[in-house]
Design a protein around this ligand. Sequence first.
Ligand code: NAP
Length: 229
Amino acid sequence: MKIAILGTGIVGRTLANGFSQAGHDVLMGTRDVTETLARKEGDAMGNPPFPEWQREHPEIQLATFAEAASTGEVVINATSGTGSLDALAAAGSALENKVLVDVANPLDFSHGMPPTLSVANTDSLAEQIQQRFQGAKVVKALNTMNARLMINPSSLSEDHDVFLAGDDDAAKETVRHLLHELGWKDGNIVDVGGIQAARGLEMYLPLWLNLMGKLGTPDFNIKIVKATS
Ligand code: NAP
């Protein structure tokens, strides 16, 4: 399958690598290809600049958001939450009828740490994306964990869960299938409902950030345990 990954940060890179290794044809998207390929500085988290990463992944090419989205059968939004609507607007009509996996979190770092949510309670970034791009089939997924776990769930010693939220059941099935390919077991893929359920998935982020500080690692996840009777 042709998969477009909008976003050149650690999430875009990790998912590009995971889907490429699963045999998919991956094209990444960025705002300005020339500028991104000229980057020499890594990010604040110690990730290398994009060209350094791409030298080790020559099979993964870079295009504009619009070019990548127009080739992808499935499009993944791995852009900064506050830039996602602009990034997707650049892709525009290329999103029509596509499964759009939204991995972004609406974190606002403009007031320092910890970040706040730029949208919450009665709305979510995923709903705003679905509302703005009505022809796309938005599925919120993978936003509740560190990038490394997204493509390597078995790196934790116990089973743990990934959530799906979206209004289109067939789109959620497509994402479920893609998650299987990344190593997720069916019983650990939890459908939490329609796109409105993305509110809870995004509002989990303050707790996730707090846990990361307390546990001293981003490599953890949660699991739903239901009473048997
Ligand atoms: P990031 O630094 O949050 O985002 C980088 C991407 O966002 C780049 O592709 C950048 O475009 C694009 N971008 C930034 N501002 C933009 C704007 N104003 N307009 C259009 N595009 C813009 O990278 P990340 O850490 O990989 O995270 C990606 C998303 O996944 C975020 O929403 C994050 O909250 C979420 N997430 C992250 C993790 C994690 O482990 N880091 C886990 C779960 C979810 P260029 O390529 O042009 O620079």
